[in-house]
Ligand binder design. Sequence first.
Ligand code: PGA
Length: 244
Amino acid sequence: MLFREYYSFYHMKKLYIVANWKSNLPSPDAITWLHAISDTPIPPECEVIVCPPFILLSDMRSFIKKNTMPITLGAQNISPFTPGAYTGEINAKDASAIITHAIVGHSERRKYFGETDEEVIRKVERLVENGITPILCVSDMKQMDYYVAHGNVIREHASEIIFVYEPPGAISGGGAYHPENPDTANRNAKEISNKIGKKVITLYGGSVNPDDSATLFSQTHIDGGLIGKASLDPVAFTKILQNR
Ligand code: PGA
């Protein structure tokens, strides 16, 4: 057992901290962000997964490898198709050379790109086939019912999936923070495991910020957070890692 795993297992709840940069670059740039993050040790119980825009993945990967930083990289989306004539798509097979995780089913993809629950299931299939961990966003329990009823891959590979309870109304959209009430977030996170029929890793997303993260992460059924706006600022992000 590696030290990080030993420490997390015996000492504290393991926390998954996922940065979703959306279609933004951190200021002034991704490498400076990584430098700033590396100034403060990442607590051993935290697994940090950074999901930048695709164009940054390669440079960030080189930097992380060179500096042996305990950070893994994820995509914010993936093609529902296998490789082929699908203009503009990035498929899971090619992406698996560079990422270990991918966010799928984010409510902004539904809102602005018309993505459906059925397509999200196909994306999860492509990720699982290629050994990439899906970070599957769930907006509400009705949607979770659909995934359980129609997503064989989600039921059968639930223990390889990181679920995120993320009510669209709680997302900052880059503006003010207005997170979900922690009790409600906890209840819905628990409900995700109940619907699968066993405990699954479930994060909370929507306006996680340095002032609220500790309360949210201390909820019994919340295993970490999907963080948008606050992840762009290395100072705010480091505070979230420290204020567990
Ligand atoms: P937010 O975004 O933290 O800015 O609310 C979270 C998300 O949309 O994943």
